[in-house]
Design a protein around this ligand. Sequence first.
Ligand SMILES: Cc1cc2nc3c(=O)[nH]c(=O)nc-3n(C[C@H](O)[C@H](O)[C@H](O)COP(=O)(O)O)c2cc1C
Length: 353
Amino acid sequence: MRDRDHQQAFGIQHPIVLAPLAGGPSTPELVAAVSNAGGLGSLGAAYMTPSAIRDAIATIRRLTDRPFAINLFVPEPAAPDASRLAEVQSRLSAYRAELGLPEPRLPDPLVIPFEDQLAAIVEAKVSMCSFTFGVPAAEVVRALRQAGSLVVGTATHVEEACVLERAGVDAIVAQGGEAGGHRGTFLGRADDALIGTMALVPQVVDAVRVPVIAAGGIMDGRGIVAALALGACAAQLGTAFLCCDETGTDEAYRRSLVESHDNSSTITRAFSGRAARGLRNRFVDDWETFEPAPFPLQNVLTADIRAAARRAGRPELVNLWAGQGSPKVRRMPAAELMRALVDEMAAARRNAG
Ligand SMILES: Cc1cc2nc3c(=O)[nH]c(=O)nc-3n(C[C@H](O)[C@H](O)[C@H](O)COP(=O)(O)O)c2cc1C
């Protein structure tokens, strides 16, 4: 077990990384609470404007002087074909009618430019910038390095990890198939890249020289100790933090997580066009046999429906991202969860000895 690697690599006391949770759950308060408790807080900034990113970083810095990370999606070209778009829009109209929503106008540009988001992060000189959905370009890695930021990539199989290492990242998140939220897969089909965390982590650890952070299905100290035993230098937990007081999840989402079972989640492209793990609900079922628009178009097209359903307390039409460990989620302040995780790690080590 490379027990002290996390201190050396990331300057943190405990080998616990808060997953970036883009789309609402991520808040500066949650990030700061985890960092203050000796973990590494991460802010999911992929859907944020550059000025919102700047403001969030300023708030995090008011709340903590510890290291934290900012996360972005490596951009993918969207190819919206007009006839596909019309088919998807017509299917979405039924939900809009049900929710009393007008037909939306697509934003222009469709997504916030990555270069502008990155510029805000480079300017802020944060301790770490992590990425998912691809390989950060050489000039991106260079700019972040010059700003003093560690660069982290996400891999869902060994080949992706090797490609990321060759691109010069400082560490790799090995995202197992149990993980909640979007799959990071960028080589091959997402369906072929659902390798369980237990199988994935040692294979990635053996294939690369950079530190590996294990992610997917880790909900307590036992899971963290298991990840370290497999050679990871830290564990990244997302779902475990979704019901913390500081997290931006609404009550209906929290209730769905608390009431979920080990088999409640599934992989779906219904909400965003990209494979993601979330709790099965009516929207997921409706799109089982219908092809969504590609990411990020589907994400933009469904945004008003998801937001209205959230406001109306109707989780059946909302993306309820969750990993397979969701029944183990705990409602408590993040500092308390961090304390519990650290205590459980000590107990798990005693039991393992
Ligand atoms: C609500 C939610 C949002 C997520 N958003 C991001 C994100 O913005 N960027 C990212 O790299 N990973 C994101 N993830 C995936 C996490 O980084 C991580 O792989 C996952 O949470 C680990 O599995 P677990 O949820 O079982 O702990 C998200 C996960 C969840 C549950």
